[in-house]
Design a protein around this ligand. Structure first.
Ligand code: PRX
Length: 701
């Protein structure tokens, strides 16, 4: 038995083994020019944020903000693991990102919107204009929708300046926003409306993607039906308009429910809404993400700690100065966009670029043209986008006259050769690279090099951030030593201000998901007993640099975005013909991983392209195009243990053309051969993405 377990473990840790055999990469050093202008050049930061100065070290981040009332307790650990930060303080996020910059920067661009069609010129929104628009929209939310502090609002919008305006208007009133990525389906949005208990949905009529004006408002109608079925009624739908005087959506307006924002706004013209001083611990927003169970969970982020953390990390790691033009290509509908397009950069009075569309539209030079035209000097994107841009136009960057001082990679492990292309070709050997590792739950970066202080190492995120004490633990709760070459679970030993407060409405799940595994004593009020379990595998080199290997749970990281295998499986099971479904990750050259679906049909049914089509459609409608599988394979029999457990591990090995290890103990070892034959293409029904699709593929769909 022990032998079998050992063999199973061996095939389960294959990825780690590959990593262990990766060679150590050479260091790259920041240029003197970069160091000369950097925000963080004092190596004393390591000492200042060391354990002996914890938690008070985080005052340094909080002091970057303007507080209505200073806090009395930096960290309250009385109810572990529900940590409280800057307790007693009062602060408003909208004030910090807008009002406080007016004195010095009112005529400076806060946002530059780049429409996807090149015929439409970029639009700058100054800090003064942002102030006016946030105030007017806040007045509308307060007086027309009756929204007040603590209410939740769901926002389902594309990449347009009206999205941060909406978020900041909510924050001004203390209304908790829940932004759902615009590419998610109406169904997915509806489930999130219901879970958050939102009475108001804010959306847009349409947006451009790959040269087409996509209809978007129709998703709102679907989401409202779904929310209603789940017991949540939405009274008002506010619809922003993509083009003045036009309607991009054919979806009819429901009287007294649906309203054009631009028809209501004149009633609030010039109104000023005082920012509400919020408790530090008041929730600022919810961000739903996938976990290892079927239902996405609402990560609840606090106002004071979150804003302090994203502001501090934007200043020190992103090296944002007010005079920088900063472009993060993520979608605001994901945590990266919240922290590092909206809250962090705007709190520092930067200019933050918002690009509407696909990075390769209309051609592989688009991103570099935008960088040249706007004179972007800080660039932030994901390995998937980098791989895609490299494939689409290896030498394109050299044709354009832009100069980045700093570049970020985030969301997935980056292969050293892709890193080098980013460094040499995109960054022209001038820009530093920060490989930032973190998660939706974390608010901001957990591991990264400090750009002017630490050398870069391709493929490694770097050391724990200042004040983040990261460690790797094995399954026996032992710390894995640096340089041992062994992979394990990366954990953060201490609380930090950006960590989420809880899962919205589900305290038990919060504890179970992140703390149960390594908690040393459930009754302890000492934070040392409560390491945070990130559900990522990692190895730690002797120099203290972490190399992240990927998820150790049932989450697939597709193009830097998280999909729960259980979520996709639940969607498949809604097709009546489907008896069983198993979803596994397959390595993909561009997207990192993509899902592959195995289906077993109800007894007596015969496989057909129609069933495959149905399964494909249901995944698209219940989750969104982002979850579209590489293939759907209808198999006669799923490999199972004798106790009936479906062996996803075996299916994953088959899908990735790897050895399945010992399968002799399975209830039906023969099933594996049959599945392998099908997976190798002899009988499969493929849905492979064509080149057209890859072209369409942005950072987020
Ligand atoms: O597996 C890790 C991977 O992305 C997961 C978090 O995804 P999400 O919550 O959507 O947040 C993405 C943006 C912060 C992690 O559990 N991940 C994130 N950054 C990196 C990474 N893997 C390797 N290197 C990174 N820099």
């Amino acid at each position: 038995m022990a032998d079998i377990r050992k063999k199973q473990m061996a095939s389960e840790t294959t990825e780690a083994q590959i990593a262990v055999h990766w060679r150590e990469e050479e260091y790259y050093y920041p240029s003197a020019k970069f160091i000369g202008q950097a925000n963080l050049t004092d190596p004393g930061i390591v000492e200042r944020f060391s354990e002996k100065n914890y938690p008070e070290c985080f005052r340094e981040y909080a002091d970057l903000l303007s507080w209505d009332k200073y806090w009395d307790t930096t960290l309250d650990t009385s109810d572990p693991p529900f940590w409280k930060w800057f307790v007693g303080g009062k602060i408003n996020a909208s004030y910090n990102c807008v009002d406080r910059h007016l004195a010095k920067h009112k005529n400076k661009a806060a946002l530059i919107f780049v429409p996807e069609l090149e015929a439409e010129a970029p639009v700058s929104v100054t800090y003064r204009e942002l102030y006016v628009r946030v105030n007017e929209f806040a007045a509308l939310l307060r007086d027309f929708c009756g929204l007040k502090s603590g209410d939740r609002v769901t926002i389902h919008m594309p990449m347009v300046p009206e999205l941060p305006i909406t978020m900041l208007a909510c924050a001004r009133l203390g209304v908790i926003h829940s932004v759902v990525f615009g590419g998610f389906s109406g169904e997915a949005c509806g489930m999130r409306i219901a879970d958050s208990g939102s009475h108001v949905l804010i959306t847009m009529d349409g947006y451009y993607r790959n040269g087409k004006l996509l209809e978007h408002k129709a998703a709102a109608d679907i989401s409202l039906d779904i929310a209603k079925k789940e017991g949540q009624v939405v009274d008002k739908v506010l619809v922003w308009r993509r083009h003045a005087g036009k309607n991009a959506s054919a979806s009819p307006f429901v009287k007294a429910r649906d309203f054009w924002v631009d028809e209501l706004l004149p009633n609030y013209s010039g109104q000023i809404v005082p920012p509400v001083p919020m408790d530090s611990e008041a929730p600022l927003f919810l961000m739903y993400t996938s976990g290892s169970t079927g239902k996405p969970k609402g990560c609840q982020h606090r106002t004071g700690g979150y804003l302090a953390y994203v502001t501090g990390t934007s200043k020190y790691i992103q090296d944002i100065h007010p005079e920088d033009v900063y472009w993060c290509m993520a979608d605001i509908g994901w945590i990266t966009g919240h922290s590092y397009i909206v809250y962090g950069p705007l709190a520092l009075a930067a200019t933050s670029v918002i690009y509407e569309g696909v990075p390769t539209y209309p051609d592989a030079g688009r991103v570099w043209r935008i960088a040249e035209r706007l004179d972007v000097n800080i660039f932030h994107t994901s390995p998937t986008a980098i791989r895609m841009l490299r494939k689409a136009g290896h030498d394109e960057p050299s044709k354009y006259n832009y100069h980045f001082k700093h570049m970020t990679t985030v969301g997935e492990p980056i292969e050293p050769e892709v890193w080098r292309w980013y460094y040499e070709t995109v960054g022209k050997r001038e820009a530093v690279i920060a490989d930032t590792w973190w998660q939706t739950e974390n608010g901001g970066f957990l591991c990264s090099t400090k750009p002017a202080l630490d050398p870069m190492k391709p493929g490694s995120a770097g050391p724990g951030m200042p004040g983040i004490y990261a460690a790797i633990y094995d399954e026996n709760h032992q710390e894995v030593a640096a340089g041992s070459g062994k992979a394990g679970n990366i954990c953060i030993r201490n609380p930090w201000p950006g960590i989420m407060q809880t899962i919205w409405g589900d305290r038990d799940r919060f504890v179970a998901q992140y703390y149960a595994k390594y908690c040393k004593n459930r009754n302890s009020k000492d934070w040392h007993d409560w390491p945070y379990f990130a559900a990522d595998g990692a190895v730690l080199a002797v120099d203290g640099y972490f190399r992240i290997l990927g998820r150790v749970d049932d989450v697939i990281n597709v193009a830097g975005h998280r999909l729960g295998t259980k979520e996709i499986e639940s969607a498949c099971l809604t097709v009546p013909e489907v008896a069983e479904a198993a979803v596994v990750p397959v390595v993909d050259e561009i997207k990192g991983r993509v899902p592959e679906v195995y289906i077993a049909l109800q007894p007596g049914l015969v496989a057909s392209p129609e069933i495959v089509d149905k399964v494909n459609k249901v995944i698209e409608t219940m989750i969104g195009k982002i979850a579209r599988p590489r293939r759907i394979l209808i198999v006669p029999d799923m490999p199972k243990t004798r106790s009936g457990k479906l062996m996803r591990r075996v299916l994953a090995a088959v899908s990735n053309n790897m050895s399945t290890g010992d399968i002799s103990t399975l209830a039906n070892p023969d099933a594996v051969e049959k599945v392998r034959e099908m997976a190798q293409g002899k009988e499969s029904v493929a849905l492979a993405d064509g080149p057209e699709d890859l072209k369409k593929f942005g950072t987020e769909d």
